[in-house]
Design a protein around this ligand. Sequence first.
Ligand code: AMP
Ligand code: GLY
Length: 415
Amino acid sequence: MRVLVLGSGGREHALARALHRDPGVTALHCAPGNPGTAPFAENHQLDPADPTAVVELAGRLRVELVVVGPEAPLIEGVGDALGRAGIPCFGPDREAARIEGSKAFAKDIMAAAGVPTAAARVCETSDEVQEALDAFGPPYVVKDDGLAAGKGVVVTENRAEAAEHAAACGRVVIEEFLDGPEVSLFALCDGNTAIPLMPAQDFKRAYDGGEGPNTGGMGAYTPLHWAPPGFVDEVMASVVQPAVDELRRREAPYVGVLYAGLALTQQGVRVVEFNARFGDPETQVVLDRLASPLAPLLQACAIGGLDPAYRPEWHEGAAVSVVVAAEGYPANPVKGDVIEGLEAADEVPGAYVLHAGTKRDAEGRLVANGGRVLNVVGSGPDLAAARAAAYEAVSRITLRGSHHRTDIAQAAAES
Ligand code: AMP
Ligand code: GLY
């Protein structure tokens, strides 16, 4: 199968790596890809959110599957354009991608489908904001209605800060605070049917102990030994399938990965958010564990005919990913600093480095080119071993001013 992966981050490097390992993939292209995908895939410079450019490239390369990594191309209608051109696309059309693109749309789908989530109000005026803050009380949860790459959300005890964020966003969703551990579950969908991958946990805050601002995610691990028995089946039945059914009913069939961000509260599972793409950096650990070939699964979603009874096979053991972030991330990441030590990191048994925000400078040196610069993945027979491998590899990397969390998967490894 000839495959094109759109995007340039750590998630796309992980997707490309898993596709490269799939013996059924005969040609692998990335657009734009990154310096980490260059050694084993063919990188093509292009804006992955430009539907015309994507259709042209996919046609020229005669690919049989386009895998869309980030959300921006989906929101821009890349899926629709590929569909019109008859090229199978793993990723929803624009209308279905609104499940991520608009918090208000997601809440509407959940209400119609009976999916458990936080009570919420959509607010446009400061009076509405004040009323909603009164109604829900602290901690306050204020979300920008638009797309904000996980950074449009403020969770705070400070009412003035909550009101300020609402004023800065315009249209917001204000909701009930959900108290409990978070889990990311990815379901592969063909418009009718959905099958689950392995759940993972992400660490959203910038600093150890859950301190600091929200980020796109600072690390992740899988499996979750502490998840209740039957957890995945319950989420498929109460969250994923009802959402997929509701979107199909609205003639916006959901094709691709539906990412359910969940909180396990005292009252049961609640949806924190839906995303229309794989989570980053959770995908890095989930795909590390995947033993089944990835391409046929993604293709079955894109062309229809996913077998609802099929369950992928997984490697035994555990995986941990640690994000090495640039100085100033998430507020103002500093670009351009040289990265060293990747070869030494890759030599750590059980560890490897995925590129998330890197590029080659004019002299060919590898430099930081984004907030989350690298994802260091470690695996082993258990979480403790996976952590040890990941952190040993991290310790071999130098990037001036960089920071990473030191407590990824620590509590789970010790429990
Ligand atoms: P979102 O972009 O909706 O995933 O929000 C980003 C992060 O903010 C989530 O991963 C949670 O850690 C936190 N968050 C969002 N909504 C809530 C909520 N209702 N209660 C508690 N935390 C939340
Ligand atoms: N890791 C969270 C996300 O991908 O949105």
